[in-house]
Design a protein around this ligand. Structure first.
Ligand code: AMP
Length: 384
């Protein structure tokens, strides 16, 4: 009996455990809180990721370790990897934990990226904003996610969007987590490549996904993205080069902006990703199942799509399930979490054989739930 250890016990660990059950796998999940939602399906070890005795217990009970959370300290991943196989490897984790190192890697691999610079003082921030020119975003280098730890600077935005306001908001973090300033990219579209690489180096990508964010948090995803094949293959090629350079094993997502027909890389998530949740019902093999196959050294499953799929994220609290459950291609996912402002509590996936049917289903669900605004950009794309 193989036991997979997962550091982090949120919805990603929960969906990993659910998809691993048919493979006969067991799981052990480690999290800092006792009500982590993966604990409803797998034994949960509560402990701090820096606590060596907790990590030692974790290592003694698992055959292989992986992550649902990318901000596990890289030193803890390193410590574990001396005791048990850890995938993705700790170096890949460390690179993706630091926006500066990550963007420098993109550049080194010839993957286009917008202008950026490290900043460690208010003076440096002012100089870099002037050099970049136009609107910018100040971000923490480490520990930011879902738009947290970010501040938008607009030259014409008045005091609220000024360099002073940005430094006021994030300057105190310059020492502990570091800061990076990036050009604000007026992108036309946001897409992601969700891909998997096996222990033997085999690489597969799901069809590209288009994503819509609200306040920095994913709101909706559509696959396959409506994009020409040459661009799609170029994006997948970027993801492949990254995975190979990091000797990456498992699923990851490369988030990209599309502007004037050109890709600009934003970041990599070194784990199964929210923009790949549609693969549970919309692809031959889900990202969760393929992640487990990859870390266990099993053959990877097909990433072919079944028709068209749209994922809608539920943030804060779950809506009424019934309108969705009435849909022929409706699939409901409640993460079993307490409602809380801004928290990802669940998602739904709508799947259909053709784009027109998917658009109609989205319109019905959007109207029934009063979420017309959430489905509108997806419907617009599908009916273009
Ligand atoms: P991140 O945490 O970097 O993924 O940022 C969250 C979201 O903020 C992204 O998905 C984008 O919608 C937006 N964003 C982040 N960085 C930029 C940027 N440099 N230019 C424009 N939008 C951005």
């Amino acid at each position: 009996m193989t036991t997979v250890g997962i550091l982090g016990g949120g919805q990603l660990a929960r969906m990993l455990a659910l998809s691993g059950a048919p493979l006969g796998l067991r799981f052990l999940v480690m999290d800092t809180v006792a009500d982590a939602c993966a604990g409803q399906f797998a034994p949960l070890l509560v402990g701090d990721y820096r606590d060596e005795s907790a990590l030692a217990e974790f290592a003694s009970r698992v055959d292989v370790a992986t992550f649902d959370f990318e901000n596990v300290p890289a030193e803890s991943a390193e410590w574990l990897s001396a005791r048990v196989p850890v995938f993705p490897n700790p170096r890949a984790l460390a690179v993706t934990q630091d926006r500066l190192v990550e963007k420098t890697l993109f550049r080194g691999l010839g993957i286009p990226v917008g202008p950026f610079a490290a900043v460690s003082s208010r003076g440096e921030l002012e100089a870099e904003v002037a050099r970049i020119g136009g609107p910018c975003i100040l971000k923490t280098r480490r520990l930011g996610y879902d738009g947290k730890g970010q501040f938008r600077i607009r030259p014409d935005g008045g005091a609220e969007a000024s360099i002073d306001a940005a430094w006021e908001a994030l300057g105190a973090q310059a020492g502990a987590v570091g800061l990076i300033v990036e050009a604000f990219i007026p992108f036309e579209r946001e897409l992601s490549v969700v891909a998997v690489r096996g222990r033997d180096g085999e690489f597969r990508a799901w069809p590209l996904t288009e994503n819509w964010h609200v306040d920095g948090v994913l709101s909706a995803s559509l696959a396959p993205a409506r994009i020409d094949e040459t661009s799609a293959q170029a994006a997948i090629g970027h993801a492949r080069r990254l995975a190979e350079s990091l000797d990456y094993v498992g699923v990851f997502a490369l988030e990209l902006f599309l502007r004037d027909g050109q890709w600009l890389a934003n970041e990599i998530a070194p784990r199964v990703h929210n923009s790949g949740h549609w693969t549970i019902e919309g692809a031959e093999t889900s990202q969760f199942q393929n992640h487990l196959r990859a870390v266990l050294g099993l053959p990877l499953g097909s990433t072919a799509m079944r028709g068209h799929a749209c994922m809608l994220n539920w943030i804060g609290q779950m809506p009424d399930a019934l309108p969705l459950l009435h849909e022929a291609g409706g699939h409901w996912h409640d993460y079993g979490k307490q409602p809380r402002f801004g928290r990802k509590v669940g998602h739904a996936t709508l799947r259909a054989d053709d784009a027109a049917t998917l658009a109609q289903a989205l319109q019905r669900v959007g109207a029934a739930l009063g979420r017309e605004a959430q489905v509108a950009p997806v419907v617009a794309r599908l009916t273009e």
